[in-house]
Design a binder for this molecule. Structure first.
Ligand SMILES: Nc1ncnc2c1ncn2[C@@H]1O[C@H](COP(=O)(O)OP(=O)(O)OP(=O)(O)O)[C@@H](O)[C@H]1O
Ligand SMILES: [Mg+2]
Length: 392
């Protein structure tokens, strides 16, 4: 057996995010596949009036005659077909097709298809119903032998060799705050914070569209807003002060963006204002505390004498944690919720590769032989094994 074939018998680690699917072999440094969690249906046109005869022939090429297109291939049609986000739609009917589309790209030798275990990275709030559905798909639609649901924050903490700390995982739909003390977690010491990447994208979209004095129609949509956010966003410690500096002509934030319709757009304070809903949720009409307070509250669930163990290990994870300056702003604002004696201890860690750190953590744990418990066996395989045992 070649080393490539051997590798394909290791568990496949899957992180099914709202924005991105991450998939690859346990023991590797990085997922083989990172693909947008979207699909299109090739009859689901964005145009509501009659579609011009022949339009579909122009856009939907022969290669894509199938009903659905997935991931990057789906995004190519974003101008004429409706982009569906199956995670946000909780669409479990489409997931097996989406999964298989990407599974094929792993180029697994035919005889090894569905022979290896699956590790699913999951947030703490994954429901039993969701687990059952995923289990049904991986055991019955496909025929994988075993499955492990692994908590994302546990994987992150273990990778960084920490047993106490707080993980702030900021993805597309949720920001999940989890705390651990000496390896233990507690249901009460967690928070699903309601603001994450998609809210910041929407807020940026609104900031730009409502920009006074722009005086012209701009071609602008969520995809462009998301791209601008990912390339240009930053977090400042004192946004009001920075706005004043901009007004006084001390600008250092302005950037010109060329839009697809040939026009250009200048953005300035929007680059740092877009993240402000994380600190002041009322900006987007959400009645909730700011993220620094939410993190502090969750830490304070533990007894006072334990805070010192958790505060030096506040770990940022997920795509939305990539905004430069976020760590410093969080550190300063979290400090304001603790006594001065503790503030020197507070550290917010932005490790590189943190957008994939859940996946990487699972891979490291497997390589260290630490994922031996909690596996669910495919009942069909168990019956088969029993039968074989009896026959022998
Ligand atoms: N450089 C960046 N700066 C700011 N935001 C970013 C950057 N890169 C990615 N993002 C944002 O991160 C989010 C996606 O993060 P991630 O891939 O961790 O989410 P996910 O795992 O798919 O979603 P979830 O965990 O919420 O289900 C998106 O909102 C994206 O716009
Ligand atoms: Mg995620």
């Amino acid at each position: 057996m070649s080393s490539e074939e051997k590798k394909q018998l290791r568990p496949l680690i899957i992180d099914i995010g709202s924005k991105n699917l991450r998939m690859g072999w346990a023991g590797d440094d990085f997922p083989d596949i990172i693909a947008p969690s979207v699909y299109v249906n090739n009859t689901d046109y964005l145009f509501t009036s009659d579609v011009i005869d022949g339009l579909e022939d122009i856009y939907i090429t022969e290669k894509s005659i199938e009903n659905h297109l997935f991931g990057q291939e789906a995004l190519k049609y974003s101008n004429i077909l409706k982009i569906h986000e199956f995670r946000k739609e909780s669409n479990y009917n489409i997931f097996p097709k989406f999964f298989y589309h990407h599974y094929k790209q792993l180029k697994i030798a035919g005889e090894n298809h569905f022979k290896h275990p699956i590790i699913i990275i999951s947030p703490f709030f994954i429901s039993e119903l969701e687990k059952t559905k995923l289990q049904d798909i991986f055991f019955n639609v496909f025929d994988f032998p075993s499955l492990l649901f692994l908590s994302e924050s546990q994987a992150i903490l273990a990778t960084l060799r920490k047993t106490s700390g707080a993980v702030v995982s900021m993805g597309e739909v949720n920001t999940i705050v989890t705390t651990f003390l000496h390896g233990f977690s507690n249901d009460m010491a967690r928070d699903t914070y309601p603001i994450a990447g998609k809210d910041l994208t929407n807020y940026l979209l609104n900031l730009i569209l409502s920009k006074k004095g722009s005086g012209k129609t701009v071609y602008f949509d969520k995809m462009i807003a998301s791209e601008i956010k990912e390339k240009l966003s930053l977090v400042t410690v004192d946004p009001e002060g920075e706005i004043k500096k901009i007004k006084d002509g001390l600008t250092k934030y302005n950037r010109n963006i060329n839009l697809p319709d040939g026009t250009s757009l200048e953005i300035n304070s929007e680059r740092f204002m877009l993240c402000e809903p994380l600190f002041n949720p009322t900006l987007i009409h959400i009645d909730y505390i700011g993220l620094p307070e939410a993190v502090s509250k969750v830490i304070k669930f533990w007894d006072r004498e334990n805070w010192e163990d958790i505060l030096p290990n506040i770990i940022l994870a997920g795509g939305s944690s990539l905004m430069p300056g976020l760590d410093e702003r969080l550190r300063i604002e979290i400090s304001s919720h603790f006594s001065e004696k503790l503030t020197d201890n507070i550290k917010v860690l932005s490790v590189s590769g943190r957008e994939n750190i859940g996946w990487i953590g699972a891979s490291v744990l497997w390589a260290q032989n630490k994922l031996t418990k909690g596996w669910i066996q495919n009942p069909k395989h168990q019956e088969l094994n029993k039968k074989q045992e009896l026959e022998n």
